[in-house]
Ligand binder design. Structure first.
Ligand code: HEC
Ligand code: HEC
Length: 394
């Protein structure tokens, strides 16, 4: 019998295990962040966690109705409503830190007005927002954290003994852990049908392909704002320029009279009248499963969000009407900063093009959320065939 001193598999095993061991430290921090993200004890009455409004089963958006058709979120006190639609925070880790570009325009930052520079800075806010988790102050947050011995030992292991005794250091540690979780694989799947198509793993359906060609063409203006770089096809596309635009979204009449939301104009780091009414372009990943739409959830249907843009491209009786209400769209709160030049590029979307774009947007759904896709409204599908954006036969 041949006795091999070193079983041949062992070196392979060691090689496989080493990088895993090196990674374990970060995984430990993300696991801690995950526990904090789901912990309802971090809210005043213990009724909600981050996951309440950023539900992992619903693309990390708020799937509750909240008596507002899902437009805004209900807080831990059971009565306070927010003023903005809780965004999906899948892919929020791709948003760069807040900065003012050379051209004077703002880019990046978390919240729809960019007022939190980073993910960690953002996480400190909802814990003490009276309309959200409503803890009295950061001292109270840390007191709740200290009630869990595992939190204490994990935070001390990662950030040093006594880290929770200083309020600044303690909050920095807690929010770094939450941010580590938000930077992890559950938030960055990149496994939508579109990603799998780019990787050569599947062919798009004809409607998805027509929508893709429309989106990446000058027939529409979408890619001017909803791509990292217009005219460029790249893997792991964020489907946003991370910049701020005013597209003229009207107030949501279903929300009790709140002041018009100035978006970027309310960011304390910005002092510029031109910032009023601008919001950071949202990613279009998972958009088909995260209705309602826009910063105030004013549109229930994806088709409405798309038809809304037609009013900048053509003027007739039809495009002045919101198909959901049968009424005019409503006043645009900050008309002077609307980007008419950019919004006026391209051609209006007829029903066929809306349908193709929706097919494409649905293909941007992470694989595990595909089961949430609403049924396609086949009744409204016109029977005539594709137009000029028909794929060429190559
Ligand atoms: C009561 C509902 C609610 C709770 C609880 C909540 N959020 Fe949010 N979250 C929102 C809303 C609404 C916004 C958008 C607010 C804005 O732009 O001013 C938001 C924005 C965010 C953003 C920024 C997304 C972007 O694209 O800019 C992140 C990240 C985030 N929340 C993470 C968290 C974390 C982490 C927690 C727990 C510590 C949490 N949220 C708790 C409702 C909630
Ligand atoms: C000038 C920049 C710009 C252009 C051009 C543009 N968008 Fe947008 N889009 C935005 C901004 C900014 C918002 C968020 C506005 C708000 O919340 O008030 C948005 C919101 C949306 C939403 C709702 C997302 C959500 O989660 O609520 C959809 C869907 C959308 N756009 C699709 C498109 C499509 C499709 C096109 C092309 C037909 C397009 N957009 C053209 C900037 C733009």
């Amino acid at each position: 019998m041949r006795a091999s001193p070193v079983p041949p598999l062992l070196p392979v095993l060691i090689a496989l295990l080493l990088p895993a061991a090196a990674q374990a430290a970060d995984d430990g921090l993300a696991a801690l962040g995950r526990a904090l993200f789901f912990d309802t004890r971090l809210s005043a009455r213990g009724t909600q966690s981050c996951a309440t409004c950023h539900d992992p089963a619903h693309a990390f958006a708020d799937a509750r109705d909240n008596g507002t058709a899902g437009a805004v979120s209900l807080g831990d006190d059971g009565s306070s409503l927010g003023t903005r639609n809780a965004p999906s925070i899948a892919y929020a880790a791709t948003v760069p830190p807040f900065a003012i570009d050379a051209d004077g325009g703002a880019r990046g930052g978390l919240f729809l007005d960019g007022r939190a520079t980073t993910l960690a800075a953002q996480a400190a806010a909802p814990l003490v927002d009276p309309r959200e988790m409503a803890l009295a102050d950061h001292g109270t947050v840390l007191a709740r954290v200290r009630e869990n011995p595992w939190y204490v030992s994990e935070l001390e292991r990662h950030f040093g003994a006594g880290v929770l005794t200083d309020e600044g250091d303690g909050m920095a540690a807690v929010t770094a852990a939450i941010a580590a979780f938000e930077q992890g694989p559950p938030f960055l799947a990149y496994d939508s049908r579109y990603d799998r198509f780019l990787a050569g793993e599947l062919a798009l359906t004809i409607e998805e392909e027509l929508g893709r060609r429309l989106f990446f063409s000058d027939l529409t203006n979408c890619m001017q704002c909803h791509l990292l770089e217009a005219n460029r096809v790249q893997a792991r596309e964020a489907f946003t320029d991370h910049r701020y635009h005013n597209i003229g979204v009207p107030a949501n009449p279903a929300l009790s009279a709140t002041a018009d939301d100035p978006g970027l104009g309310a960011n304390p780091a910005v002092d510029d009248a031109d910032a009023m009414g601008r919001f950071r372009t949202p990613t279009l990943r998972n958009v088909a499963v995260t209705a309602p739409y826009m910063h105030n959830g004013v549109f229930a249907e994806l088709a409405t969000a798309l038809k809304f843009y037609n009013q900048y491209l053509v003027d007739n009786a039809e495009v002045r009407i919101n198909p959901e209400t049968g009424q005019a769209w409503g006043a645009r709160p900050f008309p002077h900063t609307i980007e008419h030049e950019m919004l006026g590029r391209g051609q209006p979307l007829d029903d066929t093009r809306v349908r193709h774009l929706i097919a494409f947007l649905r293909a941007l759904t992470d694989r595990r959320y595909e089961r949430l896709l609403p049924p396609l409204d086949i009744a409204s599908a016109p029977s005539h065939g594709a137009e000029e954006e028909e794929p060429r036969h190559e």
